[in-house]
Every structure is written in C-alpha cells, then in structure tokens.
Design a protein around this ligand. Structure first.
Ligand code: ATP
Ligand code: MG
Length: 720
C-alpha cells in the first residue's frame, strides 16, 4: 500500500506531523486543509499510537462528519474513529453521559424547529395568541436572541426551577414576548427538551460547576482538531477553550475568505487572533490548490480580490488546464432552467455521471423552475436543502412513534395518538390535558388512567395503549429498522397513507428506513433505538446520502467544504445573488465570500447562469455584480452579453454601492441636519425613514417638501 504520508506536500506534512501544542493552518479553498486534518488523525493513531477515543475532530456539518469518518476509516482501517462530530453533536454526546448533573434524564429530547413549532402551537392556543402577535419563525428567532443575548442566564431557570415553578412564571407573564418565552421554557422542561443553544450552554454550565466532570473530559481529549474555524461563534469558542484546557493540543484550520456565517454570530477574529490567545502557536500556510482547474481558480481569485477587508493570499493551481468558466444569459427564468437541463443532458451523453454534477444557489425558492423542467424530462435530482427531510410530516410522525415507545413524552403523544384517526379529537384531548395537569402525569398516563371512562368508550384508545405497551416491551435488542417497519404497519399509519394515495410520503418513509439501515451498518453494536433517537434530532437534509445517481441541488451554505466535478451556479442576478437583504458594505463582502465559496466547489467545469426580464417588484433584472467582478479573461459568454445591459447594470451597481457606503460612513443623519443636493441645492432634513431608505427634505429653494431616496448624492453642510 502506498504510504499515505507520501501523498502530502511539505506544508501538509508539517501540519500532519506537528502533533504537540497549538497549530493553526490558514489556507485557501481546495488547498488540502481538510485532507491534512484527516491525515493528521491517521498519523496520531497509526504512528504515535494515540487511541481514537482520545481525539476530538470537529466538523461544520453532520455530512462532513460522516465523510471525515469514512476518510479516517480508510486511512486507519480502524472502526473506532473517536469523536468526529459537530459542536452540537459532541455536546449531545457529553450530555448523554452527564445530564444528571443538571437534573436532566438521559432521555432528554433534542428539539428541532418542527418540535418547537409544536410547542408554540400549544402556547398560542392556551394564551390566545395569534400569528399576528408573532409568526412561529419570528418567535423562534426571538427565543434564540433572548437566550443568547438578552437573558443568557435563562438556563439557570431551566436547570433549577421545576415544572410547577416554570409554569407559574409562564402564567404570570403578560407580554406576548414573555408569554412565548416562558411558555417555551415550561414546555421544554415538561418533556426534557433541549434546543441547539441549550446543548452548548448546558454543557458549559456543567463544566463550570463540576470540576471533576470538566477534568474528566479535558483529560480524555488529548488532541482536538477543528475544521472550518473561520466560522466559529462565541459559544463554540468558549467550549473549545474549556475542552482544550488540559492538554492544550489544538489544531485548527480555516480560510478567512470563506467566512459566511457572521450573520449568525461567527467571528473571524478567533482565527486571526488565535496566536495571541494561545501560547507558541505555529502557523502553517498551504499555497497550492489541488481541487480546481486554473481557469476556475483564477476566476474565483479575481472575484474575491474585489473585497476590501481582506488579507491577500495567493493560491496557485496544480490541476491541468480545462475550459473557461462559462456564463450563460437566458431571457427568462424558465429558459435559464431549460438551458441548465439541456447542458446537463449533453454532459451526461458525454459520459458524465449525474452524481458528479451539482447545482448551487443562494436561496431555495429558485429551485422551483429547475424542478419543473427536471420533472418533465425525468432527469434524476436530489434536493439537499429546502424543506428539511426530517421536518416532513410523515418523517416526524414515524419518528414520534419511535419516541413514543421509548419515552412516552407528550410531544410524541400529541403527534401520534390520533394519527391515524382513533377518535381522540379536540374535546377528548382537552379533557386529557386537564386531567394530566391536575394529576401531574403525562398525557399518555392520563389516557391509560381514563381509557375506561365513558368519554373514551367510542375511541380506539385501548388499542393504542396495547400497541405502545407491546412495542415498549419488545423493542430492546431488536434492530431499529425492524421495529419501525412493524410499528408503521401495526399502528395503521402506512395503511392510512396508502388510502390517502400519498405515494410521495410512502417513498419518503422508505427513504427513512433505508437511512436507518445505513445507520445500523455504520454504528454496529451501538445501534439501538435510544442511541438512534438521541442522534437523529441533530440531522438535517444534507446528511441524508441518497443512493441514487442524481444531480445534487443545494444552497451554497450547504455546499461549504464539499467539492463536485461540475458545478452550475444559478440565479446570478442582482437581488438574488447578492440578495436584496444586503444592507452594508460588510454584508456585501460576506455575500462575495459566499460566491467565492460557491465557485471554488468546482473541480473541472463551472457554469454561471442568469436571466433578464423583471423582478417581482417590476424593476429590471441585472446580471450579478459578481459576474462583472470576475476578470473577463477567464470567462466565455454564451451568448455575448449586450453592451447596453452591462452598462445599465454597472450604473445600477454603482448607485447601490454608493448607497451602502453612504449608510456606513454617515449612519447618523437625522432630522435637523443641513444637506446639499446636487440639483436642489441646500435643504434641511425633516424626517428620515430608514425602513424605506428615504429622507423627507425641505429645500431652501422649493416650496414643498420632497422625499429623497438615500441613493441620491447628498453632502452634509457642517454647522457654522
Ligand atoms: P475547503 O477550503 O474548500 O474546505 P480544503 O482546503 O479543505 O478546501 P480539501 O477538501 O482537503 O481542501 O482538498 C481539496 C482537494 O484536493 C481534495 O480532492 C483533496 O483530495 C485534494 N488534495 C489535497 N491535497 C492534495 C495533495 N497533496 N495531493 C493530491 N491531492 C490533494
Ligand atoms: Mg475543507
């Protein structure tokens, strides 16, 4: 066998063999950072003799964790691959062992958005709130902001208050915000549910308050390695510092040009200041790009060079030459989709596999036109982001059935007790809720206690209880996939879908069963139902590796860290990519980094597509400034773009940039300020409306006030 160390370049070799202390790799896209990281794992295990269980390897998504596990398995030949997971996943692992320290049982539930929505629904119903007060998605954001920023000590309530106390706090709340927030904490405590932020905060809390537990994990983790470090946020950073506190062997890799999560709290400074925060940091650069053709790399480099806030860094291509990056302009969105379809078909005829083709985009909604065309022509495709697979109704139902037989929690009960119909509708449910409340029992217990009452005579409550009890007794020791198959059969759930004719939902269930089979194979011994349920809640769409040979569709955020032979980056129009939401120079630079990430995913060929016409609001559509940013030497246009369109686009972009800059440089323009307008001359600002980006100005020369857009050239007249 070829020695895996021989395939490394000198910088990679240094990164792999420098095992002690703090090492930082700062290097560009496709330079082999992730590769160095997995080889380093193998080196630690194979050459140094470290136990995999003493290494923690943090990746950004579950999908990359799976890939990393596979890579490391190939290199070490060992099934034990240590801890390879996301920060959230690792906290989940820690809490499975330590949650007793915060009086949480081992069978806590990791909540996803759909679970949270379910809780919100109960709260809204109970306290007569409507979506007019706050939509669910706003409420989820609000909860997150309160937890992270406004009341970061909230988790003390969650830990120290019992259900009754939290309930009281909730009932005493009277603003919608407080009602929702405390209602949520109360619901959380009732079913021992934890959301993603809680996972990290509770872990930190345990470490801060239990020296022995902290020490145990610190000692265990002899080596810590973190991929995509440019996107680490405050909580993750704190956690990392604690975990590395004993052995202080930290290996981090990142690329400042690929920071794309500052909007969610990521801080590039943690990567840049790493050498000031930790002692004797060795920094390694990797100057070569092994992923893309020189054409693709040069195009991407010329794009990112347009960012002002940036440390210059050169990336030299190693791959042989290929085709120029192709830009296609279509007349309409539909024609754009058609062109993509036809180009993929001809690539396929040349012998290229569908699975080697990816379509990347900024926002989900654009996939609709693509899907329409692909469905018509029966071109196989898989969407990796969008409505999350695990958030689909039938998948939630199936998983709730599984949770029901293990945990018998209220959340699962509410989902499944009347699905399929067992005649336990609203009235009976209300009764159960009251009964459960008064007697301090779960809803399931309440049903068991009341099932012989007259009220439940006409229901199938008894059969439901018999089903749950039987499966609860029988599932231990059985493969999860078999448990699920017979549960879906005997509960009547699949029959219900069949009667409804929901083939798509049945297909999704089949996909779920397949993913459980895969899980059982990769986990071996550990694969029991509790273990499966503990991990499933952290999964997202991107983790579901579809077996089919199909074209992959995903957002650029999902594509982070991945690579594909052929990439279509679509919807490259102003207002789409960059999105309309960009409102500062900083966020425009983040947007450009995102485009850079997208382009650098491609290995052999890259297509950028856009369409003209009009936006929803009637304004003309322009090609994205990111296309215009790229050095035209590296592009071919099919068909050539019209000069006037390019001219118009440039003008529009210039105005927009001025607008962004203007807001940054002079954010504090206010009523009373004196300004000079290029045509109307001097005037006084009467009012400013930042939402609509207009000032109301009384000009000295005019009789009436005018509304003037922020985009206009205004100069401030300093007070004498
Ligand atoms: P990103 O910033 O996008 O995450 P990266 O720096 O992590 O990129 P990798 O994914 O590790 O880059 O590597 C990119 C590609 O280059 C992979 O296909 C990898 O196998 C290949 N590669 C990296 N180093 C070498 C090398 N020394 N010899 C041959 N191929 C290499
Ligand atoms: Mg990488």
């Amino acid at each position: 066998m070829e020695n895996y160390l021989d395939t490394l370049n000198p910088q990679q070799y240094e990164a792999v063999t420098s095992t002690e202390g703090c090492i930082r790799v700062i290097a560009g896209a496709g330079s082999g950072k992730t590769r160095a990281l997995s080889h380093r794992f193998a080196y630690l295990v194979n050459e140094i003799g470290i136990m995999p269980g003493n290494i923690l390897c943090v990746t950004f998504t579950n999908k990359s964790a799976n890939e990393m596990r596979q890579r490391i398995h190939n290199l070490t030949g060992d099934n034990d691959t240590g801890f390879i997971s996301t920060f959230h996943g690792f906290c989940n692992t820690i809490l499975l062992e330590e949650s007793y320290a915060v009086s949480y049982p081992k069978n806590f539930i990791v909540l996803d958005n759909a679970d949270i929505d379910e809780m919100l629904r109960m709260i809204y119903e109970e306290r007569n709130l409507t979506l007019r007060h706050m939509t669910f998605s706003k409420a989820r954001d609000m909860i997150e902001i309160v937890k992270l920023k406004e009341r970061p000590e909230y988790y003390l309530d969650l830990i120290h208050m019992n259900v009754e106390q939290l309930k009281e706090k909730y009932l005493r709340a009277h603003t919608p915000k407080d009602i929702i927030f405390y209602g949520y904490l109360y619901q959380q405590k009732k079913c021992f549910g934890l959301d993603y932020n809680d996972l990290i905060l509770l872990t930190l809390y345990i470490f801060e308050n239990h020296e022995d537990i902290k020490r145990k994990w610190q000692e265990k983790l002899e080596y810590i390695m973190i991929d995509e470090f440019q996107d680490i946020d405050d909580l993750q950073y704190r956690l990392m510092k604690v975990l590395a506190g004993f052995h202080q062997n930290l290996f981090i890799v990142g690329d400042p040009d690929q920071t794309i999560y500052t909007w969610r709290g990521a801080r590039i400074q943690y990567l840049m200041d790493f050498d000031r925060e930790f002692p004797n940091v060795k920094t390694i650069m990797m100057p070569q790009n092994y992923r893309s053709t020189p054409e693709i790399l040069n195009a991407a480099n010329s794009l990112i060079a347009k960012n002002e806030q940036r440390i210059r860094k050169e990336l030299v291509p190693v791959c042989p030459h290929g085709l120029a990056v192709q830009v296609h302009e279509a007349k309409t969105e539909k024609e754009e989709a058609r062109w993509i379809l036809q180009t993929i078909q001809s690539l396929h005829q040349e012998g290229i596999e569908y699975r080697d083709i990816a379509i990347l985009y900024r926002a989900h909604y654009i996939t609709r036109s693509i899907e329409d065309e692909f469905l018509k022509e029966e071109l196989p495709y898989t969407i990796y982001s969008g409505v999350q697979f695990y958030a689909r109704m039938e998948i939630k139902d199936a998983l709730s059935y599984l949770r029901m037989i293990v945990y018998k929690d209220d959340l699962s009960f509410l989902r499944v007790v009347n699905t399929p119909k067992r005649n336990i509708g609203e009235r009976r449910m209300k009764f159960l809720k009251n009964y459960a409340e008064q007697n301090h029992v779960s809803l399931y217990e309440a049903l068991k206690l009341c099932v012989d009452d007259d009220l439940f005579k006409a229901t199938k409550g008894k059969a439901f209880i018999a089903l749950i009890e039987r499966f609860s007794k029988e599932y231990p020791g059985q493969p999860v996939s078999e448990v699920l198959t017979s549960l879906l059969d005997q509960s009547g759930y699949e029959t219900m879908l069949r009667t409804e004719g929901s083939q798509e939902r049945l297909d999704n269930l089949a996909e779920l069963k397949q993913s459980i089979l895969d899980y059982e194979i990769s986990c071996g011994e550990e694969a029991d139902l509790e273990h499966y349920l503990a991990h499933i809640a952290l999964f997202t769409n991107a983790d579901l590796e579809m077996k089919q040979n199909s074209v992959k569709l995903m957002t650029v955020h999902t594509a982070k860290g991945l690579e594909f032979e052929h990439v279509f980056l679509i919807g490259m129009n102003e207002g789409m990519f960059p999105t309309k939401k960009v409102n500062s120079l900083e966020s425009m630079e983040e947007e450009r980094r995102l485009a850079f990430v997208a382009m650098t995913r491609a290995k052999k060929s890259l297509f950028l597509t856009e369409s003209n016409g009009r936006n929803f609001d009637g304004s003309p559509k322009y090609p994205s400034r990111f296309i215009l940013d790229i050095d035209p030497r590296y592009l071919t246009f099919t068909p050539p773009m019209s000069e006037t369109l390019i001219e118009d686009a440039r003008q529009y972009i210039e105005i927009h940039e001025r607008f962004l800059r203007f807001k940054i440089d002079q954010p504090a323009w206010k009523a009373g300020d004196r300004v000079e307008h290029a045509v109307f001359g001097p005037g006084t600002i009467v009012d400013t409306d930042p939402l609509n980006n207009v000032h109301t100005i009384r000009f000295d020369k005019l009789n009436t006030e005018r509304k003037i857009s922020y985009r206009a050239k205004l100069k401030k007249i300093e007070a004498q």
